[in-house]
Unconditional design. Sequence first.
Length: 472
Amino acid sequence: MGSAEAISRVANIVRKARENTLHSTPGVARRKVVVVVSAMSGVTNDLIRAAQSAVQGQDKVIDEVTQTLRQRHLDTAAALALDDSERRALEGKVEELLNHVHSLCRATAVLGECTPRGLDVISGLGERLSVRIVAAALRAQGLVAQAIEATELIVTDDCFGAASPLMEETQERVRTHLLPLVRGDVVPVITGFIGATANGMPTTLGRGGSDYAATILGACVDSDEIWIWSDVDGVMTADPRVVNEARTIDTLSYTEAAEFSYFGAQVIHPKTILPAVKDGIPLRILNSFNPAHPGTRIIVHPPPNGRVVKGITAIKQVSEITVEGRGMIGIPGIAARVFAAVAQEQVSVLMISQSSSEQSICFVVPRDAAARTLQALERAFQYDILRHNVERVSSQDDVAILAIVGERMRGTVGIAARLFSALAEQGINILTIAQGSSEYSISLVISADQVDSAVRAVHATFDLGKSGHKEN
Ligand code: ASP
Ligand code: MG
């Protein structure tokens, strides 16, 4: 939510969803709606910046950021055509919460450090501000709405910064605190992103965690559907900025959706899908700028749409790390040591491949983690390098991953051949190939400067464009 205008759009969406005039469910007069919102756009980043400046003792930055945030939220409230008492109450709450941010940052400056636990308190304030504004905007549209902090509802472990929900406890809180409101026809407007441990310590679910909060709560209220509002018309066959003919994919299975997000289609985080999968609750990815567009539905068994390959994704800004040496042949434990060293650096590995001659292991990591990954490997293998069992640990930085995704690729012959031919025709060299045994995706590493033309060529080969409805 970027502005008062965006918040009014949210209010319209909620009203229509309740009246069942948006993506209507047949035979239903009115729906019950639970709303989960993230902070206004950029606010979480600002809060994190304020906390970081506090650590460095930059009091001026703390003052500036808090003042900017205060003004932004007050301006938004002012632009919402609220009645006087509503506006005054909202302004009071905004002041209170931002004073709180300010004193938390001051305390951080005094301590000179910000623990993950402290950062969760500060970074979660954007949602506590935005729920109040959205609830007021809904009431201005005649709905009975109530702002709720998910610290009351979502019970998590104490992994601050990326907490996981404890579903049973959360379910119980939802049953006692949330369902009575829903039954009473109140529209709850709940903070995304945040939760709390069983003894009330505030946590966050990780960046972008509002979607996750929505699926957690959606599962706990046993909802008919969970709608995730983004700023694109659902999951696309490819990045529309790269491929003109890219179009929205109507339906995906949970597995396909997870595969897409894993390979960089930033529409939904893989773990966001999990709470919905368990009960088979359909998810929809919709566009708040274009609410009537049906977007993408994510369900257990999508009807076959004639397409084996559903779409193509690319991950840029990655590096390929190679560990090679003839001394690795037939020696057990090399891979375990490689990945233990990488894990110790907290680097997540995007793709792995080992030639069956065992002379090299290569894997792909985010580019900003490449340098420390290399150092960790050089440390871990220093004696093997001295003895020339491991010849080289190297990194190639100008690469990208391209992946094709589709559940029906499993058992379909010839898909890889067509993929490789399409790339060969463009003169594109493939550095590494990986296909999981689940066969839901094939991923390859190619040179970064060829990735856009590769995506276009593959998109055309599998006829994924706007006009194409043939079997691919
Ligand atoms: N506001 C949080 C963030 O920026 C959560 C979200 O937007 O989903 O990470
Ligand atoms: Mg988001």
